[in-house]
Design a binder for this molecule. Sequence first.
Ligand SMILES: Nc1ncnc2c1ncn2[C@@H]1O[C@H](COP(=O)(O)OP(=O)(O)OP(=O)(O)O)[C@@H](O)[C@H]1O
Ligand SMILES: [Mg+2]
Length: 207
Amino acid sequence: MAEHLHPIHDRLVQRAERETANGHRGGVVWLTGLSGSGKSTIAAAVERRLFEQGVFVRVLDGDNVRSGLNGNLGFSLEDRRENTRRVAEVAKLFAEAGAIVLCSFVSPTRQLRAAVAEILGDDYFEVFVDTPLEECERRDVKGLYAKARAGEIRDFTGIDSPYETPTAPFLTLPTERLTVSEAAGTLIAALITPLSIQSLSSVPTPR
Ligand SMILES: Nc1ncnc2c1ncn2[C@@H]1O[C@H](COP(=O)(O)OP(=O)(O)OP(=O)(O)O)[C@@H](O)[C@H]1O
Ligand SMILES: [Mg+2]
């Protein structure tokens, strides 16, 4: 099918033009970690702070893609793979539009994350939200760990399905040793140089 598509690049606004206008590069921050590790919380805090600095930023989270774009997908291995692939492709479109995209998905296996990295290339920034299982289970924000322990949910990551720790993430955020604000600040500080975030260049590095 792809051979019938005709590129229209000449007439399009180029990525570099968008990035110059935005005052920063586009890129995709892929937050991975156990359920309850803090991916959505940190993504929301980072989005808020960057937005207030004039950055073109957008969170993609289970909540805003599962209901629409991926409404036809379930939680089988195949559907999880397809869910991840579609999110990565949408994130890529946003990044090409000059946005900083914050994606918070468990994405438990190296294979899943490698597929995302393959789609995103240089735009991929993997962030490991490093919270031990015991702490995630203690938080049990959604009550899912209790259900998984009771056998009401099968194949739950960390309980009866593995989480493979990232081997070489762009950044690791140990949330037991950081407040939400510190974790958000650490991530933003790490992004300033690689994403050339001009409006933030004068903001001091937290801690
Ligand atoms: N330093 C921290 N960073 C992030 N979250 C923290 C931190 N300390 C405590 N928390 C709490 O941990 C919980 C994390 O829940 P959150 O929904 O963000 O997890 P998640 O990784 O998005 O999970 P899921 O994969 O189920 O969506 C929140 O209640 C948050 O307030
Ligand atoms: Mg979440």
